[in-house]
Design a protein around this ligand. Structure first.
Ligand code: KG4
Ligand code: ZN
Length: 327
């Protein structure tokens, strides 16, 4: 079956065509340059940019694949969670195609899309597995039992991991979003002087917290001053990233022990972090699965794959346009 995926929940407009689990074409317009100067995503600008790009991106995908709308079997569109106005563009566009061309449609939860991004390059992965979803808006561990059957084991009680990367990056002079820049700087660290930051321990042990770590970095930087920061930027990034990786991996390992589930999927924008990937690869070996970086950040291919899985599990649903956080 041919599935047209549409993603517009935040600051990336993406359209993809997937056929029987294989990505035929996936295209994306990132609005980073529009939001950079504001240090974060401006919702109204995001909606307008989605509106401008969604039609040309769809035409591009169909033309490049030499496939017409009449051949599409299913439209899968992100309908939750996300910025209300941004979601509205994708959902309205999908519904327009659904009505005009009588193509079946399903809403897809954005987090569910991230979880299913792991199937793009690992189609034979079997249920159950644990999914660590780490992005700019979410940090959570799910027990993925089947399509549509997810048990939340732990989640952040404050900032998301990506948010922590972006905020700490801003403190040390990187542009938004700062995750990749911190990752690259950390890689170049000589590790001297030794800079370490504390990792949160929470009552509910599979939960996460990043606000204390962020504050610790803030006070450390204020105490050391600008010269120290510019001379030791890589080492500061390394110390911060190591703390995040330790926190993320520590809980995931606990979750694996508690559930007896060895298969791990690392997904979401922060999943492209090299330090995190290396640590989990060492820990879980061949049972560790993660998409290549282009499918870690927001993309419509993952939404199309999730839509296809929903279709075969008879779990398609009318898009609900629900900006709330729950999966
Ligand atoms: O999944 P995503 O594209 O959007 C959301 O759904 O939030 O994730 C974006 C987040 C940003 O916070 C960005 O800084 C972070 O992913 N990120 C990274 C890396 N690449 C992107 N964080 C750490 N290391 C990276 N290499
Ligand atoms: Zn995302």
């Amino acid at each position: 079956m041919k599935v047209l995926g549409i993603e517009s929940s935040c600051d990336e407009t993406s359209v993809a065509l997937v056929e029987n689990g294989t990505v035929l074409k996936s295209t994306l317009f990132s609005q980073i340059d529009e939001h950079k100067k504001f240090g974060g995503v401006v919702p109204e600008l995001a909606s307008r940019a989605h509106l401008e790009k969604i039609v040309p991106l769809t035409e591009f995908v169909l033309n490049e694949s030499k496939i017409s709308l009449s051949e599409i079997d299913l439209i899968a569109v992100t309908d939750s969670p996300g910025l209300a106005g941004a979601l509205l563009v994708g959902v309205s566009f999908g519904l327009g195609l659904h009505v005009r061309h009588r193509i079946p449609i399903t809403g897809v939860n954005h987090l569910e899309g991230h979880i299913f991004s792991v199937f793009i390059e690992n189609p034979d992965l079997q249920f159950p597995f644990l999914a660590l979803v780490v992005s700019g808006g979410h940090t959570a561990i799910y027990k993925v039992q089947n399509v549509g059957d997810y048990v939340l084991l732990g989640e952040t009680v404050d900032d998301a991991a990506g948010e922590a990367f972006d905020k700490v990056g801003k403190m040390i002079g990187f542009n938004y979003p700062a995750g990749q820049a911190i990752d690259m700087a950390a890689k170049s660290a000589k590790n001297l002087p030794e800079i370490t930051f504390p990792v949160a321990e929470l009552k509910k042990e599979l939960n996460y917290s990043f606000s204390g770590l962020k504050t610790a970095v803030k006070y450390f930087l204020a105490q050391k001053g600008p010269d120290f920061i510019s001379e030791n930027r890589a080492e500061i990034c390394r110390g911060f990233q190591d703390a995040v990786v330790q926190h993320l991996c520590g809980n995931l390992i606990k979750a694996s022990h508690q559930t007896g589930i060895k298969q791990i999927a690392l997904v979401g924008g922060v999943a492209s972090n090299q330090g995190l990937r290396t640590r989990l690869q060492e820990q879980f070996g061949a049972s560790f699965f993660t998409p290549s970086p282009k499918f870690c950040t927001d993309n419509a291919a993952m939404i199309a794959i999730a839509g296809e899985k929903r279709y075969y599990s008879k779990l398609t649903r009318f898009p609900s346009m629900n900006p709330s956080r729950n999966i």
